[in-house]
Every structure is written in C-alpha cells, then in structure tokens.
Design a protein around this ligand. Structure first.
Ligand code: PLZ
Length: 452
C-alpha cells in the first residue's frame, strides 16, 4: 500500500473549505492504516460508522487524513450544533485552559459552573424556580435525574417507553429498549424499571395522541401503580429509537397524569436539546413543562458536559453531598457551554434549525412521493428522518437502509441510521451547514436510494 501524498490538514472550524471532495476511495490509505491500528488496540465492541481517520472538521464538513472532505449530516450524533471547533468555543476553552483546568466543583467551586446552571435554569421550559446539577455524559445525567426523582418522591419505580434510548450504563441500559447492540449479555439490569407503549403514528394504526396516552397510562396503572412510581422518563422525540414524533397531545396527557399522581416527569432532551428542533428544547413544541430536563450533547460544542435541570423543590431534595462526581461541570466544559449557548443565541441558530428542517422535509417528502420505499418522513427542525419499508407489506427494510447509508458513506456523506428495526435514516446536520452542502448531501442519499 502506498500512501498518497496529501498534506494532513489539522486546523478545523468554519474556515475549512466547505465542499464534498473525494481524492481517494473511502477509506483511503491513511484511514486504512489507522483502522488497522484500531483493530489491534481498541476493543472491538467499540464500533465505527465511517471507516475514516478524522483530522479536522468545521462548518458542515469532516476532513480525513487522506484529504477527503465529507459532508457532515450527523454532528457526531447531535453534538456539534454550533459546528466543530466553533470560534467562540475555541476561544473560551483556550482562555480557560490557561487559567485552570480542574479543581472539582464540589471541592472548590468556580463561576463557570454556576453560570451554566443559571443559563439552563433560564432556558429550559417553565417559569418556576429551578436548580441545575452538572455531569459528564447523557447517561450519567439520566441516572442522576432518576436518583433525584426517587429521593424526592420516596418511591422507586421508573417507567420508560418502547423504542427508548437513555444510555449504556447499568440503569440506563435497563431504561433503553433495544436489545442488540445495547443490552444483550450485559445484564442483569437494575430493578424497578418498567416499559410502556409509545405513540408511534406511522405504526400505530392511527391512534390519536390522547388514545396512545390512555393506552400507556392503563399499562402503567395496571402493571406498576402510581403509588410505587417515582418517575416517567421520555424523549420528546425519540432519537436512537427512530426519530419518532409522538402524536399531538400524547406528551401533554402523560405530563397531566404525572402531575395528578405525584410522579416526576423527566424529559430526556439529550438528543433533542439545544436549538436542534427549532426551539431550545423539543418539549416546547408540545407546550409541556417537564419537572426535570436532562441535557447533554449539543450543550457544549463537543466537550463532555451534561445536566439535570428542574423544579427547585425536587432538585433540592437530595441531601448535601448526595450529588456530584469528580469531573461533573469541568471548567473547560463549562467555558465551552457558555460559548456554545452564546453562539446559538448570537448566530440565530434556532431559526437556522427551522430553515434546515424546511429543506430536509421538502427534499425527503419529494423522495417519498416518488418512491414508495420511503414509508414515512418525520421530525422537527434539523432533526429529521425517513423510515424505509417494503412497499407491499410496510415491513421495515433494514437491508435497504444499510445499502443507502453505505452508498452515502462511499460518496462522501456522513449519514446515520437508527430505529428499533434499523430502517431509519436520520439527518442531524450541524446548524452551521450551508444550504448548498445540505442539498448536495441529500442528493447523494437520493442517488443511493435509486441505486439500491
Ligand atoms: N439520552 C436521548 O440520545 C445518546 C448514543 C450513541 P451519552 N445517544 C447517542 C451510542 O451509540 O452510544 C443519548 C440519547 C438520549 C441519553 C443518551 C446517552 O448519552 O452522552 O452517550 O451517555
């Protein structure tokens, strides 16, 4: 194998040339070299979607070690809403690096953590008095939301929904619905976790939101009982489970039932949060006010940070010292979060998410009209997906989905799949992507569908 003589680009950010450019096959020789090392050094359970070696990213592109420039329609799974190496983030984190990198907030506090908590209390839905606590990953924040709800209610059971994804730690694996690859062989799982049916309009036989909520509530009352139930946790739009937008009225009915039954309603906005859906939080589209909101991913421009934000009386119920962790609310991550939130605000990225959504929905609906294998197009803002099916039976077509994704990858477009049945192609572009790149990326996906 001879290495092509391509300069290795290392400076990322929005000033990278915004183009799809393939100078080798994917993977090119340098990427292949890294993947060979990965196979020898990294546990094989840690997979990868794209066989590339990333050296830079920004705006709407990811550049690999061979000099290929790929269109990013995944944002590292909904993380880099402000783009990779976003200028304000780079500046804020660099400044923080030079002052201090860590003290452990629960040993000696600093302003960044408090400022992020203030911002979260202000931005999350509802005008009530709130508190926040910061953690590292989405899963860790979900775990803490459940801990807090249990402490507050003095009850133990937790209900999650069909198709849910909440993480890979023990409790969050239990909350997550899908067996392979998330759960199989990794048990036993935490006890007192129960599952309720979701509203899934495309596969629900036309159940209204209220009817689907009634069905879920009946299961919860019969199988768990409100007197045992600490919390219901739900993604307002499911992410890994297939970008399922519940029918209108479903979420409000569940919230109302929680209020009437002293059950904490937890919105997992890890994937939907932070401008992604054309609002700060997806809960806003249904006018619901969660008791606790879990955030991560898009909060800090790629640095690891997560949070639980919610009603002061619930958040404050845990005893002093009951919440924490060595790195939670690390100063670099907090500096990144403040700069990230400022970027969403100053650069009008909530509006931009809506514009991106209009392009996505328009193009994908055109595909659906032309091709009966596109069974459904759904989502909000820059969180949109198409579900691929066998047109005759409506059965999920995972093989077609993999083929379309593989075509896109080979042709320089980073797309992700999802869904319980593996038959959903999801679009989560950075909100800094240009229309031109977005449309080029979608054309490649359309070609892939034609080819498959
Ligand atoms: N809640 C709604 O989407 C993470 C998973 C990637 P962590 N989703 C991406 C993978 O294959 O591991 C996610 C989510 C929702 C919680 C989480 C968990 O967030 O930061 O990955 O722990």
């Amino acid at each position: 194998m001879t290495l092509v003589d391509t300069p290795v680009i290392t400076a990322g950010g929005p000033s990278l040339t915004q183009e799809r450019r393939l100078v080798t096959a994917i993977p090119g020789p340098r990427s292949q070299e890294l993947l060979a090392r990965k196979a020898e050094a990294v546990a094989s359970g840690v997979g990868h979607t794209l066989p590339i070696s990333v050296v830079a990213a920004g705006g709407g592109v990811i550049v690999d070690a061979d000099g290929n420039s790929l269109i990013d329609l995944g944002s590292g799974i909904a993380v880099t809403g402000v783009g990779n190496s976003a200028p304000r983030v780079v500046e804020a984190v660099t400044a923080q690096l030079h002052s201090f990198t860590h003290t452990c907030f629960t040993v000696s506090p600093y302003e960044g953590y408090v400022a992020v908590a203030e911002k979260l209390n202000e931005l999350t839905p509802g005008a009530h008095v709130k508190r926040s606590a910061l953690f590292n990953s989405g899963a860790e924040a979900v775990e803490n939301a459940v801990k807090i709800a249990r402490h507050f209610t003095k009850k133990q059971a937790v209900v999650a929904f069909d198709h849910a994804y909440h993480g890979r730690t023990n409790l969050t694996m239990g909350l997550t619905a899908k067996n392979i690859p998330y759960k199989s062989g990794f048990g036993p799982f935490a006890s007192e976790v129960y599952r309720a049916p979701l509203s899934y309009p495309f596969r629900d036989g036309g159940l209204s939101g209220a009817e689907a909520a009634g069905r879920a509530i009946s299961v919860i009352e019969k199988q768990v009982g409100a007197e045992n139930l600490a919390a219901i946790i739900i993604e307002p739009i499911q992410g890994e489970g297939g970008f399922i937008v519940p029918a209108a009225g479903f979420l409000p009915a569940i919230v109302e039932w929680c209020r009437a039954n002293d059950v904490v309603f937890i919105a997992d906005e890890v994937q939907t949060g932070f401008a992604r859906t054309g609002a700060w939080f997806a809960s806003e589209h249904e006018g619901i006010v969660p008791d606790l909101v879990v955030t991560a991913k898009g909060i800090a421009g790629g640095l690891p940070l997560s949070a639980v934000t919610g009603r002061a009386e619930i958040m404050d119920s845990a005893m002093a010292g009951g919440l924490g962790g060595t790195y939670g609310g690390n100063p670099l991550a907090c500096a990144a979060a403040l700069a990230t939130i400022e970027t969403y605000e100053e650069d009008g990225l909530i509006d931009r998410a809506r514009e991106i959504g209009a392009v996505l929905i328009g193009r994908l609906n055109a595909l659906r009209t032309a091709d009966p294998r596109v069974g459904d197009v759904r989502g909000r803002g820059a969180m949109v997906a198409m579900e691929l099916v066998d047109p005759a039976s409506g059965a999920p077509d995972a093989a077609l989905t993999s083929a379309v994704a593989a075509y896109a990858h080979a042709n320089g477009v980073v797309v992700l799949t999802c869904g319980t049945y593996g038959n959903v192609i999801r679009f989560l572009p950075p909100l800094t992507i240009s229309d031109e790149l977005l449309i080029d990326g979608l054309s490649v996906v359309a070609e892939g569908l034609k080819h498959a």
